[in-house]
Design a protein around this ligand. Sequence first.
Ligand code: ATP
Ligand code: MG
Length: 368
Amino acid sequence: MENIILTGDRPTGRLHLGHYVGSLRRRVELQNSGEFDKIFIMIADAQALTDNFDNPDKIRDNIIEVALDYLSAGLDPSKVNIFIQSAVTELTELTFYYMNLVTISRLERNPTVKAEMQLRNFETSIPAGFFTYPVSQTSDITAFKATVVPVGEDQLPMLEQAREIVRKFNATYCEEGKEVLVEPKALIPENSVCSRLPGTDGKAKMSKSLGNCIYLSDTPEEVRQKVMSMYTDPNHIKITDPGSLEGNTVFTYLDAFAKDEDFAKFCPDYKNLDEMKEHYQRGGLGDVKVKKFLLAVLEQELAPIRERRKQYEKDIPAVYEILKKGTEAASAEAAKTLSEVRAAMRINYFDDAELIASQQKKFNSTAE
Ligand code: ATP
Ligand code: MG
């Protein structure tokens, strides 16, 4: 079996550090690992429309932002296919068929969708498209026969849903040993902090919808301001006070970003994060010093991304050309799967010479 990756993001805004540690950084590593036969990276505009249907320009404007973030983070169009979801129309057709394989009550149990509905005040009037987006996500994954889906923790229920639909499809329509769809595996960051990076306000998740993000394309000054006003320990008032790490976002970010060698470079008073944490808890280490260290660590990561972005921004038509090529490759792949799906579902009438011949025979015999 081939090793195939499918993953993506909603073009509802620029990408932030949560996307970066949750999925994007990993994608670049996987892309360069040489272990994958095909990699598809999707800009999920159709999914973004499920809760932004009344604001299509927001989606339209953010496609380029996400594409620029991808390229500047190091995704290489010679190794991955970056594509636009809505332009691969096979995905929509698959979704329509998969809808039959899932119940309303099963969809209602999805904890991520529940939380997102609450966030969007959808409790009383849920757009059917939003409610069923886990089914459309199953199409995205299965159309490419993806085996691996690198995502943040909030996507685990979607992957579970996808596996269920795959099993149901294969059991309903395929002979044993001739399964059409492939069960995908989620690839969640090993570092639990990275699988759900909190916002700069200390809230559970950095998310475009919550406005608590550091964006990959923020200027150094914006990053500085955001880091300096980050949530720490509200009881750590004087430097000499003992500080707590519990819910202390600055340390959570250091858990996600700081490497031992960063201490030698930017904060040689400590050998590693454990030593720094120990001093903070004992008392005598001020928030400003920790924040300055975090800022240096983040800048080391963000500066080259920002630089590459500047280069790509100079030639926007070339970026659209990359998207167009990626979309063509994705469409070709999805079309192959769709034709297998149609055959398995017995709806490939025109391709089935045997069907037509056997029916002719049947009518001939009844006419006799
Ligand atoms: P929206 O608010 O529009 O849903 P979002 O910030 O949640 O935006 P998505 O496009 O929904 O971003 O998520 C894209 C990918 O990034 C998913 O794999 C998701 O798990 C991951 N991701 C998003 N936010 C975080 C985060 N704070 N920590 C880790 N991973 C994240
Ligand atoms: Mg989201």
